[in-house]
Design a binder for this molecule. Structure first.
Ligand code: CTP
Length: 415
């Protein structure tokens, strides 16, 4: 019960601000008095009216409001509360707290207060992982600022990862723990550490990008794969703690941090690099490997021959996914392939899974209308031996994050 306790809730500007309404409701249910301060950016996401209606109190949103000053000075506003809670706490407000900046009512209160502060961070995963934010979070923790979250999951921006604001129940729990005297002190997100290291001790292999098959020293056969999906998967697996090798054909992408990257050109080089990285717990074949190569690449540039056409003789390339599936005692514990289809997506993908011996196939529509090849979004159908799971349209980063989580769950079930 929180009946004796007054919470000053600062709502800063993130999409998670809508959850603060639920947070107020739950706190009030438990008998707490909640007074709200809304930042200018926060007001883009929730209105002062809705906060006032749910909290049953005045909402303060302007440092220079004379009426508010007459009713209650901003110093008293913070001193009147037992605890200051910043939810959502954006990267921006935490940076200001760390730097001692006081340029609006919320940050002035945070600088002026002598009461404990609890933050519930909410931001995009990249912002959360940025060294600036990491340093700010550490500095605030060192000064005794308590924290709940963030959690891991799908984000409103279409990405996946750490940065989701803790759920209202979790925040209420942290507040109750504080008022109980149980010392909510720096409550990292429930699950943050285990979640972030779910694949620690596991080895992963990912193929990505196209392959280039030489016709002669200046020409080659290629395809439109950008490598975005494969690179994102390698990044997501590494983020969960897997020791990850990415075997990549030629792309314009930077090597993902924390991943061992082997650069190759051809399908045969890709296969060789994959073989060398075995054994692994999981392999994800996301490369758009060229199915064919020229039977005999010319040593010199092929010349025009007086107006006539030219035939290229092609031979089939090794199938890397299929080769890994039949690698006897070196077969990856979990083998995941993609099925790039332009028609009969599910039926073709099911047949491909059987033929190649993969455990999971992620089927995606790569018809020109879908915009998948080269684009940033993907629509996935995960096919395993129990059926088909349709994923909603999401960014390639979100697909990667979701797949990495599924892989972690699957591997956790194994001895
Ligand atoms: N793959 C592979 N080696 C190849 C061809 C494909 O490892 N030589 C893998 C891809 O990385 C993908 C899966 O096999 O995980 C299916 O690729 P896809 O291009 O959809 O199928 P193909 O085998 O090329 O069949 P088709 O072109 O007939 O649809």
């Amino acid at each position: 019960m929180l009946s004796e306790n007054r919470v000053l809730l600062i709502v800063s500007g993130g999409i998670a601000a809508y959850k603060s309404l639920e947070l107020i409701r739950r706190l009030k249910e438990r008998g707490a008095a909640v007074r709200c301060v809304l930042t200018r950016a926060g007001a883009k996401f929730v209105t002062p009216l809705s906060l006032a209606a749910i909290s049953g109190d005045t909402v303060y949103d302007d440092l220079f409001s004379l009426t508010a000053e007459a009713e209650m000075g901003h110093i008293e506003l913070s001193r009147d509360a037992g605890l200051l809670v910043v939810a959502p706490a954006t990267a921006d407000i935490m940076a200001k707290m760390a730097g001692g900046i006081a340029d609006d009512l919320a940050t002035t209160l945070l600088l002026a207060t002598d009461k404990p502060v609890l933050v519930a961070p909410a931001m995009n995963v990249r912002m959360w992982e940025h060294p600036a934010t990491r340093a700010n979070v550490e500095m605030l923790a060192a000064r005794g600022v308590m924290r709940v979250g963030p959690g891991v999951g799908d984000m409103a921006c279409g990405e996946f990862g750490e940065g989701r604001m803790a759920e209202p129940d979790e925040i209420v729990e942290a507040i109750e723990a504080y008022f109980r005297g149980a010392g909510a002190a720096v409550t990292p997100s429930r699950g943050k550490s285990p979640e972030a290291r779910r694949l620690a001790g596991r080895k992963a292999l990912v193929t990505s990008g196209p392959t280039h098959e030489a016709i002669d020293p200046v020409r080659y056969i290629a395809n439109r794969s950008s490598g975005k999906q494969g690179h994102a998967i390698a990044r997501a697996l590494a983020r969960l703690g897997a020791e990850t090798t990415l075997v990549s054909g030629p792309t314009n992408l930077a090597d993902p941090a924390g991943v061992t990257v082997v650069h190759v050109e051809t399908a045969r080089e890709m296969l060789e690099a994959c073989r060398k990285s075995l054994p692994v717990d999981v392999a994800v074949c996301a490369a758009a490997v060229s199915d064919w190569r020229t039977a005999d690449a010319a040593a010199q540039k092929i010349k025009k021959n007086g107006g006539g056409g030219r035939k290229l003789e092609l031979v089939e390339n090794p199938d890397i996914l299929q080769t890994l599936a039949s690698a006897e005692n070196l077969r990856p514990g979990l083998l995941v392939g993609f099925a790039a289809e332009t028609e009969k997506v599910i039926a073709n993908a099911k047949a491909k899974r059987r033929k190649k011996g993969a455990d999971w196939i992620l089927a995606n529509d790569v018809s020109p209308a879908s915009g998948t090849f080269g684009g940033d979004r993907n629509v996935i159908h995960l096919i395993d031996d129990s059926g088909v799971e349709d994923w909603p349209p999401m960014s390639k980063d979100a697909v990667a994050g979701r797949l990495a989580q599924r892989i972690a769950e699957q591997l956790a079930e194994e001895p």
